[in-house]
Design a protein around this ligand. Structure first.
Ligand SMILES: NC(=O)c1ccc[n+]([C@@H]2O[C@H](COP(=O)([O-])OP(=O)(O)OC[C@H]3O[C@@H](n4cnc5c(N)ncnc54)[C@H](OP(=O)(O)O)[C@@H]3O)[C@@H](O)[C@H]2O)c1
Length: 256
């Protein structure tokens, strides 16, 4: 299936590993030119054809605009993927203003800032697509990630407003909402499994097993599966899909 992405210019945030790296690879495989932003330029990024990696701290208020500026005078697709999900095993009462602000800043404001910088370029080019990486926690509010859940709900809400304002001018805005995905965020050092395991005095592998058991498919989503969804949403075949959220969670959300 030709998704019409050959030669398109794509900006991806949080792109050095995990879901972001998979998204970069998927767009590059479609023949797109990708600008990939993260704090570190990883060897995995460097070896990809058609990919330019930019070292940028997207938590810095000026970071998102700096990344977008590196794309020059054309952007067809923006993927707001960067995010953090710090577990709060001590509960809501231990979550300080600074913790809330850190989570809000990277999960929401980095997307707001990147979008603000990219939209004028996209509009000047006649349109484009924005895809945000949300989370099932936008609807599956979880006290273990209380600030993250609220931030992802806000990100999904933001995408809907954007889709209404800019849809008439050729910009589609959609959200992918993954459940647990096999990346560092969940399974790496300092990730959800390790942090929750330490707090509860159980092995991280038991935390991982508990998450798997919460999914009908019994497994974590692979980053490449999220990337396939992002690329489909950005591609021309889904040209009348906008303002929506598509869940990819192995059936974790059990209601309709
Ligand atoms: N994994 C899951 O289970 C899951 C589920 C639902 C939604 N999500 C969402 O999916 C997105 C990606 O998650 P992931 O699992 O791929 O996370 P990850 O494995 O932790 O990767 C995060 C990426 O963001 C970059 N990053 C982090 N802080 C940054 C900063 N301040 N400035 C620039 N880049 C930064 C990291 O690179 P550097 O460290 O080099 O900066 C890395 O490339 C996030 O929005 C997350 O909330 C993940």
């Amino acid at each position: 299936m030709d998704l019409g992405l050959t030669g398109k210019r794509v900006v991806v945030t949080g792109a050095s590993r995990g879901i972001g790296l998979a998204i970069v690879r998927a767009f590059a495989a479609e023949g797109a030119t990708v600008l990939a932003g993260a704090r570190r330029v990883t060897p995995e990024l460097e070896k990809l054809d058609g990919v330019t990696a930019v070292a940028v701290d997207l938590a810095d208020p000026a970071g998102p605009a700096r990344l977008v500026a590196a794309a020059g005078d054309r952007i067809d697709v923006l993927v707001n993927n960067v995010g953090i999900a710090p577990p709060r095993p001590q509960g809501f009462l231990e979550v300080t203003d600074d913790m809330w602000a850190t989570t809000w800043n990277l999960n929401v404001m980095s997307a707001v800032r990147a979008t603000r910088a990219a939209l004028p370029v996209m509009l000047a080019g006649g349109g484009g697509a924005i895809v945000n990486t949300g989370s099932v926690n936008a609807r599956l509010a979880d006290p273990l990630v209380v600030d993250y859940s609220a931030a992802k709900a806000a990100l999904t809400n933001f995408a809907k407003s954007l889709s209404k304002e800019f849809g008439p001018r050729g910009i589609r805005v959609n959200t992918v909402a993954p459940g647990p995905v096999a990346t560092d965020l969940w399974l790496g050092s300092g990730g959800v499994a390790e942090t929750v395991g330490a707090a509860q005095g159980i092995d991280p592998s038991d935390v991982e097993a508990g998450a798997k058991a919460a999914m009908v498919t019994g497994r974590f989503t692979r980053p490449e599966e999220v990337a396939d969804l992002v690329v489909m949403l950005a591609g021309g075949n889904l040209g009348n899909v906008t303002g929506t959220e598509i869940t990819i969670d192995g059936g974790m959300i059990t209601t309709l």
